[in-house]
Design a protein around this ligand. Structure first.
Ligand SMILES: Cc1cc2nc3c(=O)[nH]c(=O)nc-3n(C[C@H](O)[C@H](O)[C@H](O)COP(=O)(O)OP(=O)(O)OC[C@H]3O[C@@H](n4cnc5c(N)ncnc54)[C@H](O)[C@@H]3O)c2cc1C
Length: 382
């Protein structure tokens, strides 16, 4: 078993780390977070250095890459510039869907745009009555001549107030089987009839998550992505990649929290000694380091399986579950090691703690990951 990164991956990670430290220091990320500001300029820096085009075909100006490399980018950004890793990770599924199912025109417009620094496409699945159970979505698409008219509501549609497009999932109410009734559309966010509001939330302050009201929003029917009523299968094809790349982003964040805690343990003196000299604090730090190592190993194995076209279904759910829970445990323990200081807004740890928490909910909750993995595991032992 070879755990080494390739020379290209090593170079990529080091260059990205240096770029973040030089041009996107944590003070900038902290300020954006405090002001709830989207990192337009910082995303453009990534684009200018070729990072937003990683995973996009050369025909559109990008650089094709494997899942492992995308995870490494998310992990590195997660450590040094967390909001950018979220934006990068969210972009992965839409990029893959457009690349796999989009028309040439859609690819030129969207993929070329992301390479140049456009925000990724927002993903519009969840609705107020349907999120864990996406089969309950109700947004409709009705044809009128050469146009299609959308009606419905989306919720938690991240970056939709910033993005140029939403990858909108609709359902045909006439078809009984929901999984054969969904379609995928590339809809401009400035279409008349679309209204978007940012929702205040616990973390991800510089990455807006929104509610989207859609009332008689009319676009040409060329907005269809892939085949009519084939949207669910299209969505599922690339969901596993999105989950593993997004999970990699919180590994970097957890490592940053661990490092803050370790440094603090060396410098903070109580009862005449650094708190790091107490075994209870050492235990916490060792447990945190083990979790960071295990999380990284887990996503690496999933990425390796995907890159080698091996199935990952129950394993990817278990890895997402483990990483989401462990990343939160690590940031929570980091806050504990920092004591009162960890709970203060001046500490990076509080931001990481707020930011990684959502990984246990977004992209499929912990409980849904258990639901996916449990029956499949049991099947193996029938
Ligand atoms: C910050 C953020 C960003 C997001 N970004 C996007 C986005 O860009 N696009 C998008 O489409 N969606 C997005 N989501 C939505 C996200 O995918 C959903 O929040 C998630 O799938 C859970 O759905 P829900 O919130 O409606 O909870 P519910 O589905 O109502 O679940 C509530 C609770 O019940 C549990 N539960 C539900 N069903 C079962 C079951 N069968 N067995 C056991 N427990 C169950 C859940 O695990 C959860 O604990 C985002 C969410 C957040 C918080």
């Amino acid at each position: 078993m070879d755990f080494r990164l390739t020379e290209e991956q090593e170079l990529l990670v080091n260059s990205l780390k240096e770029l973040c430290q030089r041009e996107i220091p944590d003070s900038v990320i902290a300020e954006l977070d405090e002001k709830h500001e989207y990192p337009h300029k910082q995303w453009q820096i990534l684009a200018d250095n070729g990072y937003t085009g990683l995973g996009i075909g050369e025909a559109y100006g990008g650089t094709p890459t494997d899942v492992m490399t995308q995870c490494l980018v998310a992990d590195t950004l997660g450590k040094y510039a967390f909001p950018l890793s979220v934006i990068y990770g969210l972009g992965v599924i839409c990029i893959k869907d457009i690349e796999d199912f989009g028309t040439e025109e859609q690819k030129q417009e969207v993929l070329g745009g992301i390479v140049r620094g456009d925000p990724p496409v927002a993903l519009g699945i969840s609705e107020p009555q349907a999120a864990s159970d996406a089969s309950g979505l109700k947004t409709t698409a009705t044809f009128d001549g050469d146009d299609v008219i959308f009606n419905g509501q989306k919720i938690y549609c991240t970056i939709s107030s910033i993005a140029k497009y939403i990858l909108l999932m609709t359902r045909d109410p006439q078809i009984e089987n929901p999984y054969k009734a969904m379609s995928m559309w590339l809809v401009p966010t400035n279409t008349p009839g679309i209204r978007i509001n940012n929702l205040p939330k616990v973390g991800w302050w510089s990455v807006p998550t929104c509610e989207v009201f859609i009332e008689n929003a009319r676009v040409p029917k060329t907005a269809l992505v892939g085949k009519m009523n084939n949207g669910w299968l299209q969505l599922m094809k690339n969901f596993e990649i999105e989950r593993v790349v997004l999970a990699a982003s919180v590994v970097g964040a957890a490592e940053a929290a661990f490092e803050d805690a370790a440094r603090y343990a060396n410098s903070r003196v109580q009862f005449g000694k650094p708190i790091g000299s107490y075994q209870l604090i050492q235990k916490k730090l060792v447990d945190m380091a083990i979790k960071v190592e295990n999380m990284r190993n887990y996503y690496s194995k999933m990425a390796w399986r995907m890159d080698n076209k091996l199935p990952v279904r129950h394993e990817h759910a278990m890895s997402k579950l483990y990483i989401a829970q462990s990343a939160f445990e690590v940031t929570d323990d980091a806050m504990q090691v920092l004591g009162g200081m960890g709970y203060m807004m001046a500490a990076r740890v509080q931001r990481l703690w707020r930011d990684v928490r959502v990984m246990r909910i977004g992209g499929g909750t912990d409980e849904i990951m258990y639901n996916i993995a449990g029956p499949q595991l049991l099947n193996l032992y029938k």
